[in-house]
Every structure is written in C-alpha cells, then in structure tokens.
Design a protein around this ligand. Structure first.
Ligand code: NDP
Length: 236
C-alpha cells in the first residue's frame, strides 16, 4: 500500500508531464497539473501557470492547496528547446531556455518547499535530460539548463534532506512526444543507431520511474540522477 499524496506536475497538458499525471492518478494519488493551454488528464485538477512567472506559480499552488491540500510531491517537468549552433545562438535563445527549464524549476521548487518544510515531508523530482550530462551539438542552451538541474537537486538534498525531503533528477533519453516528433525522420533514425535499446521510449516509461522515485519505497534515495534512456548516456 502506498500513501496517498498530493502531487503537482508542471506542464501536465501533454507529453511526458501528461503521462506522469496519469501514472500518479492510476496509483490513487490526488493530482494537479499546471498548464498554459489545454488540460491535464481526466481526474487531475488543471491550474494555469507559466513557469517563467513566479506570481502565476504562487496562484497555481494556492489553488491546488485549497482544492487538494498541501503539495507533497512536485515534478518540475515543463521545458522547452530552442536548438541552434553556438555561433548562431542569440543570448535571448540561451536565456529563455534557461529561464523556463532551470529558473522555472527553481521557482516551482521554492514555492513547493514552503509546505514541504512545514510537513517535514516532500518529494522533488526534476525532469532533466540525457543531454544535460552527455552534451548535444546545437543544444548549448538546453543542455546547460538540464545539467543545472543536477546541481540543484544535489544542493536541495543537502539543504532539505534532514527534513524528510528528497530531491532527484530523472534524465530521459529520446521519448516519443511533440518535442521529438519535431525532429526530421533522418535525424531520428540516426539517433536510434546510437541508442543501445535501438528505439525511443514511450512517455509512460518515464512516468513509471518518476512515480517510483516519488513513492514510499524510494525514501532513502536523494540527489540521484536516474537515466531513462535505453543506455544512451551510460557512464554518468
Ligand atoms: P512537450 O514539448 O511535449 O511539452 C512541454 C510541456 O512543457 C508542455 O506542457 C508545455 O506547456 C510546458 N511548458 C513549456 N514552457 C512552459 C512555461 N513557460 N510554463 C509552463 N509550462 C511550460 O515536451 P516533453 O513532454 O517531450 O518534455 C517534458 C520534459 O521532459 C521537458 O522538460 C523536456 O526537456 C524533458 N525531456 C524530454 C525528452 C523527449 O525526448 N521528449 C527527452 C529528455 C527530456 P504548453 O503546452 O502550454 O506549451
């Protein structure tokens, strides 16, 4: 039997975030998702928030707290890519990706930590990427933002670990979502050649790992980077 928790997933209207919300719902938890547009899965509370805007995050948390109680599990999933080679990358292309993927996670986690500290319990899961540690040409902005999440989880672990709060990173490889659908077919085939598993994963395969790391059985794991990448990033 797992304890029923209140869970908030950012960017839960599609892709990996949607699958994560579905997985927590299937396990009987109280689930809310943030969305800028669209809705989370049936059974989840959808609240509006943009992770680049701290006030909208605060409003979203207040709404979730009023409806479902204090947030005990937070999954910082919202993320964007704006790929281009370094020489062509504008400062705005760099900072906007960092603002969403890294500072966005900071804003969400900071707001979540209030209730977690009071409850002396919390599970923080940051959705990074294999390229955070592996690197990727054309993704200096994205990989920097995703590597930053590792330092964040480890600092959070040191700061909050004694209060019953864990902070972990899940680092997916290539997952079948809008983000990877946007890649040209030839590039997708090329990537698959380098993945030991020989395929992309489904969002569900990431969601199950996220639910596990946030669950009762994983209470002594913190500051870890858990790859869900078919072996692509082995060695980090
Ligand atoms: P999608 O592009 O399918 O979805 C991205 C989600 O993030 C959407 O819900 C989107 O909301 C939300 N989002 C983006 N910007 C903001 C913002 N400023 N405020 C609030 N929400 C925002 O992505 P995936 O599902 O593929 O990716 C989810 C996470 O997993 C991301 O962090 C991504 O970097 C990571 N990841 C994905 C991989 C993949 O292969 N797909 C591999 C490794 C990591 P909206 O619909 O409103 O735009």
């Amino acid at each position: 039997m797992t304890t029923t928790r209140t869970v908030l997933v950012t960017g839960g209207n599609r892709g990996i975030g949607y699958a994560i919300a579905q997985q927590f719902l299937a396990q009987g938890h109280r689930v809310a998702v943030t969305a800028r547009s669209g809705e989370g899965p049936e059974g989840a509370l959808t609240v509006r928030a943009d992770v680049t805007d701290a006030e909208s995050i605060d409003r979203a948390f207040a709404e979730v707290e009023a409806e479902l109680g204090p947030v005990e599990v937070v999954v910082a999933n919202a993320g964007i890519t704006r790929d281009t080679l370094l020489m062509r990358m504008s400062e705005e292309e760099f900072t906007s990706v960092v603002d969403t993927n890294l500072t966005g996670a900071f804003r969400v986690v900071k707001r979540a930590s209030k209730g977690m500290l009071k409850a002396r319990f919390g599970r923080i899961v940051l959705i990074s990427s294999v390229v955070g540690l592996y690197g990727s040409a054309g993704q200096v902005n994205y990989s920097a933002s995703k590597a930053g999440l590792v330092g964040m989880a480890r600092s959070l672990t040191r700061e909050l670990g004694a209060r019953g709060i864990t902070a972990n990173v899940v680092a997916p490889g290539f997952i079948e979502t809008d983000m990877t659908d946007a890649l040209p077919e030839a590039q997708q085939a090329e990537y698959k050649k380098n993945i030991p598993a020989g395929r992309f994963a489904t969002p569900d395969e990431v969601a199950k790992v996220v639910a596990w790391i946030a669950g009762d059985d994983a209470g002594y794991i913190s500051g870890a980077v858990i790859p869900v990448d078919g072996g692509l990033g082995m060695g980090h």
